[in-house]
Design a protein around this ligand. Structure first.
Ligand SMILES: Cc1cc2nc3c(=O)[nH]c(=O)nc-3n(C[C@H](O)[C@H](O)[C@H](O)COP(=O)(O)O)c2cc1C
Ligand SMILES: CCCCC(=O)C(=O)O
Length: 407
């Protein structure tokens, strides 16, 4: 039975070849940050109120002026179309059916146009700035023409983080079968068969780009490090501000100074994020970064949190600290791998119903009832840095997420 995000994670793990599952779970270096993202939620405990009328729970909100039926937005994730054929389209449809936003990654398998055609929800487009600025310009033009509502500039990938497991696995796009993984791929023939109906297994927005030929498989880090511009600065944010007609969101803010600067340039929303622990290791947990960014912004932009959300209670804590909404990455990818669109819907439903239960038990029936008085900060949990090399396991599997089973 699937009653938690952890259950979905285990189903995803069973359905996917190991190299693909490892890519989702991937983290940089020693995995301090990916572990901290989960463990730090445990430092914040609730203060509940008794005898409050909680007969009408309301978890709806607005984001960038649009209504959201749930404060959970789907984060941009590259290569989601490797988990299920037309994976990005399925996830976008799931978001639409649950009244929330899907964010399409620059590095998706499905194209900007395909995903826009599949979904009837406000879509956001996540941008990585390419060295070849004509590529960047064309991405913007395509996203604009396809009706994407907001542009989400990710600023924490000047270079790709050190994903050691992907390197050990020789993970490429398209994924290759080689001596070391042939048995594992054979054990997941269901995935192979399902994916045979996928229109492609490479970065859809760049088909035809000279760097991506039909026959060559490319390493993700190698490819992105060649294509992404390492010289991006605030000047580019100013440029985007004047060239993108809709709301501008910056993803990957960890420092209050940067938050103030973004706000001064008229950015409408900030995403406090350490990229799910996949980029700079030894950044603090996302939830610990949140309060100082919220305080720096002083209500002049909306603040979104992502990183480590696996429970509705995590969302309640982030909103109590001042987040307007949360993004989830891996939780919806687990759902997508486990059961396509229905799996993404299940991930959203599980988190939303856990949030509802938390609001009722807390005695704060509406999201707007949540503020910092709903929380108390406990002693820091001890965070043990761990090396993937030493333990050969991913951090999320080392500590049961949600206290069910471990693998
Ligand atoms: C498989 C995978 C691919 C990702 N690809 C992107 C991407 O293309 N662009 C981006 O801005 N963030 C990307 N991220 C980061 C997510 O948007 C998000 O910040 C992170 O997953 C949040 O942490 P969580 O997975 O614990 O929810 C990716 C994350 C994962 C797990
Ligand atoms: C697939 C290209 C990069 C995606 C990304 O940002 C990530 O893996 O975290």
């Amino acid at each position: 039975m699937t009653v938690s995000i952890e259950d979905l994670r285990q189903r995803a793990q069973r359905r996917l070849p190991r190299t693909v599952f490892d890519y989702i779970e991937g983290f940089s270096d020693d995995g301090y940050t990916v572990t901290a993202n989960r463990q730090s939620f445990d430092r914040y405990l609730f203060r509940s109120r008794a005898l409050v009328d909680v007969s009408a729970i309301d978890h709806s909100t607005t984001l960038l002026g649009e209504p959201l039926a749930t404060p959970i937005v789907l984060a941009p994730t590259g290569l989601a179309g490797l988990l299920a054929p037309r994976g990005e389209e399925l996830a976008a449809k799931a978001a639409a059916s649950r009244g929330t936003v899907f964010t399409l990654s620059t590095m998706s398998i499905g194209t900007i146009e395909e995903v826009a055609a599949a979904a009837s929800t406000p879509l956001w487009f996540q941008l990585y700035i390419w060295k070849d600025r004509s590529v960047t310009q064309s991405l913007l033009d395509r996203a604009k023409a396809a009706g994407y509502r907001a542009l989400c500039l990710t600023v924490d990938v000047p270079v790709m983080g050190n994903r050691e497991q992907d390197r050990r696995n020789g993970f490429t796009v398209p994924p290759r079968i080689h001596f070391a993984n042939v048995l594992d791929v054979l054990r997941h023939l269901g995935w192979v068969l399902r994916m045979s109906s996928s229109p492609r297994a490479t970065f859809g927005n760049f088909v035809g780009h000279p760097a991506l030929t039909r026959t060559d498989a490319v390493g993700v880090a190698r490819f992105t490090n060649h294509q992404f511009d390492t010289s991006v600065t605030w000047k580019d944010v100013e440029w985007l501000r004047s060239h993108w007609p809709g709301p501008l969101v910056i993803k990957g803010i960890t420092n209050p100074e940067d938050a103030r600067r973004a706000v001064s340039l008229g950015v409408e929303a900030l995403i406090v994020s350490n990229h799910g622990g996949r980029q700079l290791d030894f950044l603090p947990a996302a939830i610990d970064l949140l309060p100082e960014v919220v305080d720096a912004v002083e209500g002049r932009a909306e603040v979104i949190l992502d990183g480590g959300i696996r429970r509705g209670s995590d969302i309640a804590k982030a909103i109590a600290m001042g987040a307007r909404a949360c993004m989830v990455g891996r939780p919806f990818l687990y759902g997508l791998a486990a059961d396509g669109q229905a799996g993404v819907e299940l991930a959203l439903d599980l988190l939303t119903s856990e949030l509802d239960r938390t609001l009722a038990l807390l005695g704060r029936p509406r999201l707007s009832d949540l503020d910092r008085t709903a929380l108390r900060v406990d002693a820091p949990a001890s965070l043990e840095p761990r090396t993937s090399q030493r333990h050969g396991a991913t951090p999320t599997s080392m500590r049961p997420v949600g206290g069910t089973h471990d693998t």
